[in-house]
Design a protein around this ligand. Structure first.
Ligand SMILES: [Zn+2]
Length: 313
């Protein structure tokens, strides 16, 4: 039996004859068969993977849809929680269980009946009025979703609408406790004024600071210009009022003035108003007793009498 394969090639130069053993033929067959199998398997694998990818993508878009639905629900819940917080404060106000539940209404009325001299001094000492020309609040004090971190947290101040380089004024007398860039907290350029009797005021995201650490400040002093420094999502003034480190709602203090003097005692329950204002009032009486005016006029009278007496001599 002939185990050879003979291939004959004929061209212009003549005839060439090649002879292959039959094993080579088998080898060639196996190689071609293997290549074909690999090719077919490859096509199958690519097809299967494409199909799987399709189903994974379908699952992904389903999960994304579910995720956005859940995010919406979380936002709604956060909104509900914020509303509940506000309602809780109103209920507390209604039933009178603020931090100072021992303070009776009549005591507050006493506080409200301070003399005009006492009131005007209190308005020098305790933060009141707006630190900038008032153009509204862009973000209220209380629980909210942080515009940058997107997390629910307590907003310790009022964000007051202001273009960059709006003038900022001290809202009460005090001493500058901090004036500089406060990077870690996100406040940016920050001024903290230590007012007295436990009050502090914070002015954050400032563009320019006009005061120095330790500087004595009077209510109405121009202390800074607003800006957009630190963790801030647009120009505004973050204004904060603290009493014994606890952040209070600055809104009531911004709106506090001589004509609505008693309002704040009902709105802000975290301050022991009665003993505090009582203390200030007794200090004012001690420093400027009512008899003081009479003593001065008596003195003038005595002096003028003496002058007259001298003239008559
Ligand atoms: Zn703020």
């Amino acid at each position: 039996m002939d185990h050879n394969i003979n291939i004959t090639i004929e061209d212009a130069k003549g005839v060439k004859e090649f002879s292959f053993h039959k094993r080579v033929k088998h080898l060639a067959f196996y190689i071609i068969a293997s290549i074909l199998i690999v090719f077919i398997v490859g096509i199958y694998v690519v097809f299967a993977l494409t199909k799987e990818l399709g189903s994974i993508e379908a699952k992904k878009s389903l999960l994304e849809a579910q995720n956005s639905l859940l995010e919406k629900r979380i936002k709604n819940k956060e909104h509900e929680l914020t509303q509940l917080d506000e309602r809780l404060v109103s209920i507390e106000e209604l039933i009178g269980v603020g931090n100072d539940e021992h303070q009776s209404f009549s005591e507050r009325v006493d506080v409200a009946h301070l003399t005009s001299k006492e009131r005007s001094l209190i308005f020098e000492i305790i933060p009141n009025g707006s630190p900038i020309e008032y153009n509204g609040i862009t973000s209220k004090y209380g629980y909210r979703v942080h515009p940058i971190t997107q997390k629910r947290d307590k907003h310790n101040g009022s964000d007051m609408r202001a273009k960059v380089f709006t003038e900022v004024y001290a809202t009460a007398n005090g001493v500058v406790e901090y004036a500089g860039y406060h990077g870690s907290s996100g406040y940016g350029r920050l001024i903290i004024i230590d007012n007295s009797y436990g009050f502090k005021t914070y002015f954050a995201h400032l563009g320019k600071i006009n005061v120095k650490h330790g500087q004595v400040i009077q209510k109405g002093d121009l202390i800074a210009l607003t800006g957009n420094t630190g963790r801030s999502n647009g120009p505004h003034l973050h204004y904060e009022i603290r009493f014994m480190q606890q952040a209070l709602n600055p809104y009531w203090f911004i709106k506090w003035n001589m004509s609505n003097y008693e309002e704040i005692f009902k709105k802000e329950k975290h301050v022991p108003w009665e003993p505090l204002l009582g203390l200030i009032a007794s200090w004012i009486e001690g420093e400027f007793p009512d008899e003081c005016d009479d003593v001065v006029s008596d003195q003038i009278e005595v002096e003028s009498n003496t002058t007259k007496a001298n003239l008559n001599k």
